[in-house]
Design a protein around this ligand. Sequence first.
Ligand code: 2P0
Length: 323
Amino acid sequence: MSNWVRAHTNIALIKYWGKADEDLILPMNNSLSLTLDAFYTETSVTFDDALRSDELYLDDRMQDLAALKKVKTVLDLVREKAGITSKAKVMSYNHVPTAAGLASSASGLAALAGAASLAAGLELSSEELSKLARRGSGSASRSIYGGFAEWQKGTSHETSFAVPVDDADWDIGMLFIVVSDNKKDVSSREGMSRTVQTSPFYQGWLDSLDDDLSAMKLAIKEQDIHEVGVIAERNALKMHATTLGADPPFTYWSPDSMKAMEAVRALRDKGYSVHFTMDAGPNVKLICRQTQLEEIRTHLLNDFSESQLISARPGPGLHVVSR
Ligand code: 2P0
C-alpha cells in the first residue's frame, strides 16, 4: 500500500491575517479559499526506532532544524495521539511549474498531516486532519478539501477547523502572474504578528470581514464570477493596507505587482471579468472564468513572459497517491 499523500495548495479569497493564539494557531478571523490543481506537495512519513531525531527531506535535500520546526509540531501531535515514541523520516516533493517561490506551506503541512496520521495508523476525519494541519500552518487547514473551503476560526484547538463550502465545479479559474522580488522578506508569520500588534488599521480590517465573508458565500452559491472577484480584490487590498500602518511599516508589493494590477484593470476595460488577489509576497493572482484563462493569458503576454504566467483550475482535497 502506498503511504504517499498529496495535498494541493489553496489561495484565500477572504484572507487569514492575524492570530488570536500564536501557539495553537487560532486566527482572528474566518477565511475562505479555493484549492487549486496547479501546485501540490506529495509527502510520505516513516516512523523508525533506529532514527535518533526527526529528519525532513524536501525535494531530496535534507532540511535544517528551522525548516523542521512546523513539521515537528505536527509529528509530535500525531505521536501523542497514536502513542508512538519513535522519530520520523519525512520525504516531501513540491510540484510547482516554475522555480518561482510558489512552494506553499498550505500544501506542505496539509500533506504532512495526512501522511503522518496514515503512517501512525490513525484514521482521522477531515475535521481532525484540518485541525492537525492547522497546528503546522494556518492556511494548511483549508487544503484538506478540494474546491472552496472556509476555515472557521473557533476559540480552541477543538473548534478551529475548515469545512467544505462548494466543490467549485463551475466556470472559475486563477492565473498567477509571477513577478520578481528584490526586497527582503517579511514572513507571513512575522508580518501578521506585527500588524496585529502595531497597525491602527487592523481593527478596520476585522470590522469589515463579516460583510465580505457573507457576500463571498452568496457569490459562490450563485456562481457569480464577477462578484467573487470584486469581493476577493477588495478583501486583499484591505489586508495589504494594514501592513502600511504597522510599526515598522512594510509592504509585500513590488513595482511589478503594481504593473500586474494595472494589467488586470486594463483587461477589465476590455470587458473581461477579471480581478486580483495577493498574499504575503509580490505575486499577483487573477480570478477569472476558467473558459477565458487562455484568452486572458494571451493578452498578458504583451507585458509578461510565458514563464511568468501560470494557469490554475480548481483542485482536489487531500488524497493518497501511488508513487
Ligand atoms: C491566507 N496567508 O489566508 C493568508 C493571506 C498569507 C496572506 O495564510 O503562521 O503560512 O503558518 O499560520 O498559513 C500565510 O500564512 O501562516 C497565509 P502560519 P501561513 O492564505
